[in-house]
Design a protein around this ligand. Structure first.
Ligand code: UDP
Ligand code: MG
Length: 314
């Protein structure tokens, strides 16, 4: 029988972690009882540099049940890197990996449905929420805008799917071959191929604690997703530049003709406006190009994505 590992990234989740572990163990026990997975199936929690009691909780839970294991980062490296670290460790022994958030917003009972699809030969099963009612109006709409923009730019994202998914060993191994530091896992998975499927579930509010994704982190995440997957922004700038210059040429002809016809050109305000707009566009363009150069710099340094301080049960 095959081993299942549930990977859970956790950043300052002391308030929910004990209940999360309990709940996930229940779900896993049922799957083991149904002879779907090996007795050694476990839960791997990645402590992403928490400053609260998260790691202590993991240690205690491991003492109570050695099917709970942990990885502790030396500092906060972010959700995506925590997922990668968890998958990298788990894939050594597990045949199937499920990733799920620590706050139990994603319905753990969906894991059984994912497992059933895996048993039928599916490599990647996406957890897709069928409502976003529990998110704030702001988060719902910004998320929608984000999906729409990325789709427009040619990045295929599964709508309403975050990082709750099941993956087979070979799918994980393929994912781990993507070595970029600016990682946007959600954008890469649809590029892997393999047989995929979806499981729908209802997303509930956080069990306890507050979101570890403040607006600042959300914007950074969306911007990374955009610029790591598409050079469309740079192309748009090129187009804008061509457009602006063509307009300039037309304006040139226009003013020559009006001058020639003896009509005076009252150009001050239009001149100022175009200077400001074009100046702004140039700065904006430089900023976007700078973003890509920045990405190149980061990638070329080949720094590690994360540093593991210690592990328990692995
Ligand atoms: N998380 C993390 N590192 C971070 C931020 C978040 O590992 O720097 C984890 C967090 O503990 C949770 C998951 O990522 O398990 C999703 O975060 P959260 O639920 O706060 O995001 P939201 O649901 O509000 O988008
Ligand atoms: Mg959450």
């Amino acid at each position: 029988m095959e081993k299942l590992t549930i990977v859970v990234p956790a950043f300052n989740e002391e308030e929910v972690l004990p209940s999360t572990i309990k709940r996930l163990l229940q779900v896993e026990n049922d799957l083991i009882k149904d002879l779907l997975f090996d007795q050694k199936s476990d839960i791997l929690i990645v402590d992403d540099g928490s400053t609260d009691k998260t790691w202590d909780i993991i240690k205690t839970e491991h003492q109570n049940n050695d099917r709970v294991a942990g990885i502790k980062f030396s500092r906060n490296f972010g959700h995506q890197n925590a997922l990668i670290a968890g998958m990298q460790t788990a894939v050594k022994t597990a045949a199937v990996i499920v990733t799920i958030d620590a706050d139990l917003q994603d319905d753990p009972t969906a894991i059984a449905k994912m497992a059933a699809k895996f048993a039928n030969g599916t490599d990647i099963v996406y957890g897709v929420r069928n409502n976003r009612a529990t998110d704030t109006w702001f988060k719902r709409n910004t998320a929608l805008m984000f999906y729409k923009t990325l789709n427009l730019l040619g990045v295929k994202l599964i709508q309403n799917h975050a990082d709750f998914r099941l993956m087979s060993k070979r799918a994980i191994q393929t994912l781990l071959q993507y070595k970029e530091r600016n990682l946007f896992i959600r954008g890469i998975i649809p590029m892997l191929g393999f047989k995929t499927d979806k499981v729908y579930y209802k997303r509930t509010p956080r069990l306890a604690g507050e979101s570890k994704y403040p607006l600042k982190k959300m914007i950074a995440f969306a911007w990374d997703g955009l610029t790591s997957f598409s050079i469309a922004p740079v192309r748009a700038i090129l187009l804008l530049g061509v457009l602006a210059s063509s307009l300039g040429v037309i304006a040139l002809f226009y003013s020559v003709i009006t001058k020639w016809l003896g009509l005076t050109v009252h150009g001050w305000s239009s001149l100022m406006i175009s200077i400001w707009i074009l100046g702004g566009l140039q700065m904006f363009s430089l900023g976007i190009i700078g973003e890509y150069i920045g990405k190149l710099t980061t990638e070329s340094k080949q720094r590690p994505r994360f540093t593991i301080e210690t592990t328990i049960g692995e």
